[in-house]
Design a protein around this ligand. Structure first.
Ligand code: 13P
Ligand code: SF4
Length: 364
């Protein structure tokens, strides 16, 4: 008799622990229980409407629907907004983001948006920019591993040494850099305004940091003498000129190639337009007659544009940014529910004050 009871108790303990472990592991299943079938169906339809243009089917959308519902519910409860860079995946851009765009557009939104919390689905330097422009808000990054090879390429100490070496020469900093570096320079720029800001500077000689490829591009399109720095974006620097030639050969000469200004000079020499991600979107909007595009940039942009411009064709060849792709619905949800201290951007007040000057000069 007693062995019979012992066996029943062992069975109950094992089945309960399997169930608990399953529930712990399967976040989506747990959240699913919080919504009615009708709510999940409605959300599935909303997601499908956009994402089917990029190969997502009903089952894919059904799986993520409880997560997007929960994230969107939490945003309202906490007065939070999600800003997503255009390189993020469609489930983030179309499922939960309140705004998506290039780094310039997102920093302007961060500065003006009415919210207590900003969750920045991008890379850490972008979230730092949001904090500098809106220090009173809580800015959260879903993944602390979302770095950037350009931001890693230059330090505040490097800038101080350059100042000593080239006294009086203005220092222009591409915004893809850390907050303490922004605090040391004269003006920041993004890919959307770099050409305009540098051409309009009164000085003939400038120091441009940290992107070597963008510095090369500036030598070509402005009449300035540029002192550069040796850092590149691991994504754009790997795009090869041969792939552009090959593309035109395979898909025809009517393919329009748009390239990010972080690409190497021999790539930029072969393309139809050079600019930032926002410039690429504007080009496509302004050319409804052009139907076939190759985007020499990070893959997320083609994903986003294929959904927003279903009448155009976006042919490969893009490269994935391992940093941008650190974000996903799961870590966005966890960051919103209960952010860990390291996920909350915290900058010293003096860095905020100094970095703000170089960012506000850019916006002005
Ligand atoms: P944009 O400034 O064009 O948004 O690009 C940011 C970026 O990280 C490019 O690699
Ligand atoms: Fe940095 Fe390049 Fe990734 Fe942009 S694509 S975040 S520049 S590593």
């Amino acid at each position: 008799m007693s062995i019979y009871y012992v066996l029943i108790i062992i069975f109950l303990v094992i089945s309960l622990s399997i169930r608990l472990n399953f529930r712990k592991a399967n976040l989506s299943w747990e959240i699913q229980m919080r919504f009615t079938t009708e709510e999940i169906e409605k959300e599935t339809e909303r997601l499908l409407e956009n994402m089917q243009h990029r190969g997502w089917d009903r089952t894919d959308c059904e799986i993520i629907a409880p997560l997007t519902l929960e994230i969107n519910k939490l945003k309202k409860e906490k007065n939070a907004v999600i800003l997503a860079h255009s390189y993020q995946t469609p489930d983030i851009v179309f499922g939960v983001a309140d705004y998506s765009g290039d780094s310039l557009g997102l920093s302007k939104i961060a500065a003006g948006v009415d919210a207590d919390i900003i969750v920045f689905a991008g890379v850490v330097f972008m979230a730092e920019t949001a904090k500098i422009l809106s220090p009173e808000k809580t800015v959260i990054v879903p993944s602390v591993d979302a770095g950037c090879s350009l931001a890693d390429g230059v330090t505040a100490e490097d800038v101080r040494e350059l100042r000593e070496k080239y006294p009086g020469v203005p220092i222009v900093l591409y915004v893809n850099s850390n907050a303490d570096v922004k605090a040391e320079v004269d003006v920041c720029v993004t890919s959307a305004n770099v050409e305009k800001i540098v051409s309009e500077m009164p000085e003939d000689r400038i120091i441009f940091l940290p992107d070597k490829n963008m510095a090369n591009y500036l030598r070509k399109v402005t009449d300035k003498e540029i002192i550069d720095w040796d850092a590149t974006c691991i994504v754009h620097d790997n795009i090869r000129p041969d792939s552009i030639t090959e593309f035109r050969h395979v898909f025809g000469e009517d393919v329009i190639v748009l390239a990010h200004s972080e690409c190497p000079p021999d790539v930029l020499d072969r393309v139809d337009m050079v600019g930032g991600t926002g410039d690429m979107i504007n080009f496509i909007k302004e050319h409804p007659d052009k139907k076939k595009y190759m985007l020499a940039t990070e893959c997320g942009l083609a994903d986003r544009l294929a959904i927003e411009f279903p009448d155009r064709e976006f042919l490969g060849s893009c490269v994935m940014c391992p940093y941008m792709k650190q974000n996903n619905l799961r870590n966005i949800l966890l960051a919103l529910q209960d952010p860990k201290p390291e996920q909350i951007i915290d900058l010293p007040p003096e860095i905020i004050q100094e970095a703000k000057k170089s960012l506000e000069k850019m916006v002005a």
